[in-house]
Design a protein around this ligand. Structure first.
Ligand code: 13P
Length: 252
């Protein structure tokens, strides 16, 4: 079965010493319960956090990655630079990047291909706005985003990815999708994966839920059949709450 995952997206937060002490706190308290833990600091903190996590089972993620491996792309970060810092996961297509930095489905797909070619595990984010949900367009939106992000991938490549369903209306708002609402979309996404690839691939790919995940709501979410973990913003910024999520991740 799929390994449960609790992934922290620290977004544009923390000073470097705070990031290091958070990483240390997580590394020291990480339960040995089979839950995969990933933390994703801002790129300028990756080096320090990577050192803090050395010799710990906590894995390192980046919040973005350019598709080119080097070149004239002012302000961007390339895969080989992330690899040097022991980064294994890259969050791609986060709604904040789509919304504020004009990331397109096509650009996300280019990054997914590049990440896979460099042996990263892309964490592909998708989700609907409140307007889209209220208009009954949730499935159309997430299917379109998923198919676009995975365009041109082989089943073998797809199995290296992680999908994160993050309804935009639930991000940073304190409003979580109900376990049933989330499960419905997760099951739908798995059906799309089955249709696009095959049964085995659909069953292999972890689908995380993101959007105001907290220790108090996580157990009901992770108990759902197609919810394999969480992509967590706010609650990943404190070792205590992140570790609580890590403990809950297994008990489901
Ligand atoms: P919050 O957990 O703060 O709602 O953020 C979710 C998110 O965007 C994770 O990528």
């Amino acid at each position: 079965m799929r390994t449960p995952i609790v992934a922290g997206n620290w977004k544009m937060n923390l000073a470097v010493d705070e990031a290091v002490s958070l990483a240390r706190g997580i590394a020291e308290g990480a339960p040995e319960n089979g839950v995969k833990l990933i933390v994703s600091p801002v790129s300028v903190h990756l080096s320090a956090v990577s050192e803090a996590l050395a010799a710990s089972p906590v894995l390192l993620g980046a919040q973005n990655m350019h598709w080119a491996t080097s070149g004239a792309y002012t302000g961007e970060v390339a895969g080989p630079m992330l690899r040097e810092l022991a980064v294994r996961y890259v969050i791609l297509g986060h709604s904040e990047r789509r919304q504020h930095f004009g990331e397109s489905d096509e650009g996300v797909n280019r990054k997914v291909h590049s990440a896979l070619a460099q042996d990263f595990h892309p964490i592909i984010c998708l989700g609907e706005t409140l307007d889209e949900r209220e208009a009954g367009n949730t499935e159309t939106k997430v299917e379109c985003q998923l198919r676009a992000a995975m365009s041109g991938l082989s089943a073998e490549q797809a199995q290296q990815t992680i999908v994160a369903y993050e309804p935009i209306w639930a991000i940073g708002t304190g409003k979580t999708a109900s376990p049933q609402q989330a499960q419905e979309v997760h099951a739908f996404l798995r059906d799309v994966l089955r249709d696009r690839f095959d049964d085995n691939t659909a069953n292999e790919i972890p689908i995380l839920y993101g959007g105001s995940v907290k220790p108090r709501n996580f157990d009901a979410l992770i108990a759902q059949k197609d919810i394999d973990g969480g992509l967590v913003g706010g609650a990943s910024l404190k070792a205590e709450s992140f570790l609580e999520l890590a403990r809950i991740g297994r008990s489901a």
